[in-house]
Design a protein around this ligand. Structure first.
Ligand SMILES: [Zn+2]
Ligand SMILES: [Zn+2]
Length: 135
């Protein structure tokens, strides 16, 4: 059963067909800067499992020149991260937050933990939890 996904403004949409090969949280500096968050949560699957349904002209890719494989792919209107293919074209990297529903796999590990920002919490349940905005 394919899972749909897309960006915040709705210009870009895609379907991705399980299974997924991996689901990880990455704390490296590249992922931190690219996401603007403490970590990037990404799923990996075969490139053939990804199908774009809308927004080919709205998608932009940027390959970090100094990296062997790091890249970002985003909506040129709203800036949201969307899936990208690895440089060899064999795999698709899917930002977990871009999916419309839960994937049939849970996160497997924390990568590049040694590079994490000092403010990253491993046990996030130690913080107060609010169902909506913090008061
Ligand atoms: Zn968008
Ligand atoms: Zn990373």
């Amino acid at each position: 059963m394919a899972i749909s996904g897309g960006c915040l403004c709705g210009a870009i949409a895609f379907d991705v067909e399980p299974p997924f090969d991996a689901f990880t949280h990455c704390y490296c500096e590249r992922c931190r800067r690219a996401s603007g968050a403490g970590r990037a949560s990404v799923l990996i699957t075969e490139a053939s499992q990804l199908r774009w349904t809308r927004g080919d002209a709205d998608r932009r890719r940027w390959d970090l020149p100094s990296a062997s494989s790091f890249a970002t792919s985003f909506c040129t209107t709203c800036g949201c991260h969307v899936p990208r293919l690895t440089r060899d074209g064999r795999h698709a990297v899917i930002p977990a937050g871009s999916l419309n529903g839960p994937p049939p796999i849970t996160p497997q590990c924390h990568e590049h933990w040694a590079s994490r920002a000092q403010w990253v919490c491993l046990d996030e349940t130690e913080l107060p939890v609010f169902d909506g905005d913090a008061p």
